[in-house]
Design a protein around this ligand. Structure first.
Ligand code: GLP
Length: 240
């Protein structure tokens, strides 16, 4: 694991955007795995800025997002499809056909296998971006998730539902299930990059990356990934 210490949120965002940008410069048709949540917003804004200045070209890039709420159509303003378009895709020259987010309206029987086949056909993920949930989840792989799963349907924990309630009108509107790439899909990415900021993530960062590898802390498996980089701001790294 490579640990990169950033001073603050902006510094974390710029460092992470630099790594993604370098990946695209080195391989213009790279497959980039993307994440939602508030943590990557700064790095998406940075990528948009560099695209506008002519420094990055997304015309050959393919993206695969980690997860999507089950039951939300793409048009719902809390769907991850909507989030990604609003915060990144609508502002860069990525081809719409190269953008992939699990389909929240697909049937649970077929959604996972279809998404895994799509990733495989694209040639696998070159660089997977991740945030971390306050209970150690990555994508929507909650504590106790089997490490060997591909994309599948999950029941969200109470903690995740309450963490994400801030984006919905009320907690009752937060979907109770999601489709997520599994730990296996994430571990198969050639590079993994995690961004984390804020003091409320400090304890889970300590447990995940400086404690034992256990399904109870899903992100801890990343200690075993051959090319994993963690970029944290000073607050998120304050317990290590
Ligand atoms: C959601 C997403 C995760 C993300 C997490 C943390 O649960 N499925 O991919 O890492 O939120 O979000 P935030 O960055 O807002 O703390």
């Amino acid at each position: 694991m490579k640990l990169i210490r950033a001073t603050d949120y902006q510094d974390m965002s710029r460092k992470a955007a630099n790594i993604i940008s370098a990946q695209i410069i080195m391989k213009p048709n790279a497959v980039i795995g993307l994440a939602t949540g508030s943590t990557p917003l700064g790095l998406y804004a940075q990528l948009i800025d560099w695209y506008r200045k002519g420094d990055i070209d997304f015309s050959q890039v393919t993206t695969v997002n980690l997860d999507e709420y089950r039951g939300l159509p793409r048009t719902h303003d809390q769907s991850y499809w909507y989030f990604m378009h609003k915060n990144l895709f609508d502002h860069i020259n990525i081809k719409p056909e190269n953008v992939h987010v699990p389909n929240g309206m697909a049937s649970a029987e077929t959604a996972g296998a279809e998404y895994d086949a799509l990733i495989e056909q694209a040639g696998g993920i070159d660089l997977q971006l991740l945030g971390i949930g306050s209970d150690g989840h990555i994508g929507f792989n909650e504590p106790g998730s089997a490490f060997e799963l591909g994309t599948h349907c999950v029941d969200l924990t109470e903690k995740t539902i309450s963490d994400n309630a801030r984006f919905f009108a009320s907690i009752d509107e937060v979907p109770k299930q999601a489709y997520t790439m599994g730990i296996k899909s994430i571990m198969q990415a050639r590079k993994v990059l995690m961004v984390v900021n804020g003091v409320n993530k400090a304890e889970i960062v300590r447990q995940a990356f400086f404690g034992p590898v256990t399904p109870e802390v899903p992100a801890s498996i990343l200690q075993m990934h051959p090319d994993f980089t963690l970029i944290g701001d000073a607050e998120a790294l304050s317990h290590i």
